[in-house]
Ligand binder design. Structure first.
Ligand code: GDP
Length: 329
């Protein structure tokens, strides 16, 4: 039994039936890689088998499969453009997924649930680095408020089910993620895979320049998704509290700096053209990770190493697909 505020003793993951909801996504696939090193039984359900937006289907599945641990890595996610052009998808899909999975987990006795959010839940002008206490202290960044409002509702669901029903549910807020399995589609992706694809295409096409959205001045923090998966397993074992917990790398870089680092990794020597007609989004977004570090967890994968291995993955898995061109980006 837990209460709303107090952490409980370490949770024993051994021999548990663990459901990774959203196992084909960036986070879910990293969780499968990480959990395959643990003594657990992994459960997954592809989109063709289970639509997480349908309450009855989710309840039937949880009742039948009896997971003991659930990671809610399923979400409608996307970069700055997708968020602002498809607001209904971002708010509806995420609200439904969270509500259905959390309520089913409560009904069928799931022992531990970890809900994934994002640091974009915090106010646009939150103090930097952003402490967990900044939640709901100010207006959100407009370009992703649909997603953020849904994820804040998810945090509140976790808190409410802890308080009312004593469920050991927690929520983790990762910073901007990247790594193998990322979305490299220029219309919907986040900045890191978008710039990697643009640099790759520009190099291949012999283009003299590549476009970078906005002014290049916003600061972002990037965390390799394998570090996140490791942190989530750590939190499953060691964290039980109604407050969200940040997961980040502690290292920030400007969008211009990121574009240069990516050009180096890809080996592209052309210019950067900053397209000020595209939004910058929030000026700075650095998570305060002192709470997590205070528990003894540290990220291991630096940006240089992470970019290189992500580019290797891109070359092996995505490079030959025909999506996006430098000219239209
Ligand atoms: P955010 O962190 O929620 O703002 O989401 P993004 O990862 O989509 O964007 C981060 C920053 O990178 C914003 O300032 C974007 O304008 C900038 N950016 C530069 N080039 C690109 C690009 O090609 N795609 C995306 N998605 N963002 C870009």
């Amino acid at each position: 039994m837990v209460n709303g505020n107090k952490a409980t003793a370490a949770y024993n993951l051994s021999d548990k039936r663990v459901w990774v909801a959203g196992h084909r996504g960036l986070v879910g696939s990293a969780l499968l890689r990480r959990l395959s090193r643990e003594n657990v039984e992994l459960l997954t359900a592809g989109k063709n088998v289970l639509d997480l937006r349908r309450q009855q289907d989710v309840e039937d599945w949880v009742k039948r499969e009896k997971p003991e641990v659930v990671f809610v890595a399923a979400a409608k996610v996307g970069g700055i453009r997708a968020n602002s052009t498809r607001p209904a998808d971002f708010i509806y899909d995420n609200l439904m997924i969270e509500a259905n999975v959390i309520h089913a987990a409560f009904r069928y006795g799931v022992e531990k649930l970890v809900l994934l959010g994002s640091t974009c839940i915090y106010p646009k002008l939150a103090p930097q680095p952003i402490p967990e206490e900044a939640l709901l202290t100010g207006p959100l960044e407009a370009t992703n408020e649909w997603y953020a409002v849904a994820k804040i509702a998810g945090i509140k669901l976790v808190q409410a089910y802890r308080r009312q029903h004593g469920c050991d549910f927690i929520s983790a807020q990762p910073t901007n993620l990247y790594g193998p399995g990322d979305n490299f589609d220029l219309e919907t992706s986040h900045v890191l895979p978008a710039l990697m694809r643009k640099a790759h295409d520009a190099k291949r096409e012999g283009a003299s320049a590549m476009s970078v959205w906005g002014t290049g001045t916003p600061l972002r923090e990037f965390l390799h998704v394998d570090d996140l998966a490791d942190a989530l397993v750590f939190l499953t074992r060691n964290f039980s509290d109604e407050a969200p917990i940040n997961v980040g790398s502690g290292a920030e870089i400007s969008i211009r700096g990121l574009a240069n680092a990516i050009r180096d990794v890809v080996g592209y020597q052309g210019d950067l053209i900053f397209d000020a007609s595209k939004p910058d989004g929030t000026p700075r977004k650095l998570a305060d990770i002192s709470k997590l570090e205070g528990m003894g967890w540290r990220p291991r994968i630096g940006l240089g190493e992470g970019l290189a291995s992500t580019y290797d993955w891109f070359l092996a898995n995505v490079a030959n697909e025909a999506t996006g061109t430098v000219a239209s980006a």
